[in-house]
Design a protein around this ligand. Structure first.
Ligand SMILES: [Zn+2]
Length: 324
């Protein structure tokens, strides 16, 4: 991941130029560019997701169709409803339920695809009659199916567009996410590591935490961000830091994204023949290490090259973004 920072910094500089700035401030990281005015109605989002899931496998299509038709998805934002999105498997009935806050944006279409991926993961476990103990998925593999579904949908959006302004907007949406998962997650990892080390010696004040956070961000974003406008208070609102039984709840996102991109590359090579093996992998995520399960696909994730190849896919998005 650290090897990819120079590539990401090229993206930050290109984005700053687009926004007419020397350097990005923290908040600019999330600014849309290009023609981002395309919105999706609920039925349109449903149809788009189902059509593209159908190209992957009838099982994925069927699962998503049941989720839509049987109203497993609490989709609309409402007063008093919490933000974000998540999916929960209901063991007793072997089904899933999804919460999201659909606002018609492409980002939310991708989020629904993501959560349906979790539901598909549950479906594969249920269909294979795995017991709850066999199903306990480690953090490394928890995002495998979700990233795959997100990639299927976003790749389809990218493949279909012919308008450079729209392509730019889609790439921006993807790169905003990739930046969070690679560059920001790495800063959160550095932050957490230093907090644990220092907290074993002494208590830490709020100022200490902000100082650690700002240094961690400088270390990963480098000159890509204007150091006057970092986000030293990030630690105050990320709920993951306050989950006492889940330390370092940051790396699974990075692992999941890069592992998912690697799997997606295998899918592109093998096509439909990939799907049964993939479903068997999802069914057995509680029974083997990521390295063992990936080995079934001839993927050696203990080699540095595997991760470099996945990061290169993001690198290609950045090249294209800079060229547009
Ligand atoms: Zn997820």
């Amino acid at each position: 991941m650290a090897d990819a920072f120079p590539t990401f910094r090229r993206y930050f500089r290109a984005k700053a130029r687009r926004l007419g700035k020397e350097q990005l401030a923290w908040w600019d990281l999330f600014a849309p560019t290009g023609k981002a005015d395309r919105t999706y109605g609920w039925d349109e989002a449903r149809a788009f997701i189902l059509d593209n899931f159908a190209t992957f496998s009838p099982e994925l299509f069927g699962l998503a169709q049941r989720a839509f038709d049987r109203r497993w998805i609490d989709a609309e934002p409402r007063e008093g409803k919490r933000g974000g999105a998540f999916c929960m498997g209901i063991e007793g009935v072997k089904e899933s339920r999804i919460l999201c806050n659909f606002d018609g944006s492409l980002d939310q279409v991708s989020t629904i695809a993501h959560e349906l991926g979790h539901a598909f993961h549950n479906y594969c476990r249920y269909a294979a009659d795995k017991t709850p103990l066999q199903s306990k998925t480690p953090m490394t593999l928890a995002e495998t199916a979700s990233i795959m579904c997100e990639t299927i949908v976003m790749q389809a959006v990218l493949d279909q567009t012919t308008d450079p302004a729209e392509e730019l907007a889609i790439l921006e949406t993807l790169l905003i996410g990739d930046t969070q998962v690679i560059v920001d997650i790495y800063s959160r990892y550095l932050f957490e590591q230093e907090v644990f080390e220092r907290r074993s010696q002494a208590e830490l004040s709020a100022d200490d935490l902000s100082d650690i956070m700002a240094r961690a961000q400088k270390a990963t974003y480098g000159d890509g961000l204007d150091e006057r406008y970092l986000h030293p208070y990030m630690w105050t609102w990320k709920p993951h830091y306050y989950s006492t039984d889940r330390s370092f709840y940051n790396f699974p996102y990075a692992f999941g994204l890069l592992f998912g991109i690697g799997l997606y590359a295998v899918y592109r090579q093998r096509g439909a023949a990939f799907v049964p093996d993939y479903m068997a992998l999802l069914a057995s995520t509680g029974e083997g290490t990521a390295a063992d399960l990936a080995g079934r696909f001839g993927m050696d994730i203990c080699r540095r090259q595997f991760w470099a190849d996945s990061l290169a896919v993001i690198g290609q998005r950045i090249e294209r973004y800079c060229a547009l």
